[in-house]
Design a protein. Structure first.
Length: 316
């Protein structure tokens, strides 16, 4: 870990780059303001300052090195820390986010949501996540990608053959916080829903709906499980995301998924990882995993402290 004198030579700023245009006006700020005390508190305890930057205020470029301009300042002229959303509803915005993401990767600054080896899509693409989990022998729902545009309906015979007549989950391949996740009860409803998502401009996938009343998010830092957050659905709901009305509480028990979480982290060579499990009648089933620090539990400061301790060690 670097000494305080070494740390003082760095710009100790954690830049959280977000995409406000994917949300209703003011909603992104509302979500971030709710999360900011927990994120900022964890950062400050490690000696960092948190800064929120809308993506449209950045301009990536190249001179004799990678540059990233923000209000007439090249943020990459000093070594800093960044977390960058790397997907959007808007295909052009998504490409722009990737330009920022890759610009930071080519610099000596630290991209916090790139804390694993291997291709970047293994942190965001739910189809790729399901495929990797299956090869590791981790229980996961069968997952079928929906073709694009006018070809979307061609997937229906395969869905009926593999997943039956419903119910299903239809959700974007790359999106977070439970946005646009639909529970579809019947095959006829799925046909209509696929007609709509075919026009969305982003990829979708279909999975069987697995009845559950809760899930568990397990937090790992440097090969150690730090804590787990138990999230239950609201009354009449099917999603456990806190941003979608779910209720979360920290739990100490994760024995039933510990070995599989560690197997996943080892496969990805991931320093920091959150792994979500659906708690079904037949046992835990993987939902997805993610990197970065967007969802530290308010009730468990040890997660944020462990994450930013890792950040400090990377800046040495």
């Amino acid at each position: 870990m670097p000494t305080e004198s070494a740390m003082s030579k760095l710009v100790k700023t954690v830049n959280l780059v977000y995409r406000p245009d994917d949300f209703l006006p003011g909603l992104a700020d509302k979500i971030l303001n709710r999360k900011k005390p927990t994120l900022a508190g964890a950062a400050e305890r490690a000696g960092f300052t948190l800064r929120l930057i809308p993506v449209h205020e950045l301009v990536p470029a190249s001179t004799d090195r990678p540059t990233l301009w923000y209000q007439d300042e090249d943020l990459l002229s000093t070594r800093q820390c960044f977390q960058v959303d790397d997907f959007s509803w808007d295909p052009q915005a998504s490409h722009f986010l990737k330009a920022i993401y890759r610009t930071i990767q080519e610099s000596d600054s630290l991209l916090l949501n790139r804390s694993m080896d291997g291709p970047e899509y293994l942190a965001t693409d739910k189809l790729a996540i399901a495929q990797r989990a299956a090869t590791l022998g981790v229980p996961t729902p069968e997952t079928i990608a929906v073709p694009y545009g006018r070809h979307a309906r061609s997937v229906l015979p395969l869905v009926e053959d593999r997943l039956g007549r419903g119910p299903y989950i239809l959700k974007p391949r790359e999106m977070g916080m439970g946005f646009a996740v639909q529970k579809i009860d019947t095959f006829q409803q799925l046909s209509s829903a696929i007609d709509m998502v075919a026009q969305a401009g982003v990829g979708y996938l279909v999975q069987p709906y697995l009845p559950h009343t809760a899930d568990t998010r397990v937090y790992l830092v440097e090969g150690e499980i730090i804590a787990a957050l138990h999230r239950s659905t609201g009354a009449g709901a099917y999603m456990t995301n806190v941003s979608q009305g779910g209720v979360g509480s920290v739990v100490r028990g994760w024995d039933d998924v510990e070995e599989q979480c560690l197997r996943i982290a080892t496969s990805l060579q991931a320093a920091c990882l959150s792994v979500d499990w659906l708690l079904t009648d037949s046992g835990p089933v993987l939902d997805e995993w993610s990197t970065g620090f967007g969802s530290f539990p308010d009730q468990e400061p040890a997660v944020g402290d462990a994450f930013f301790s890792w950040v400090r060690s990377q800046l040495g």
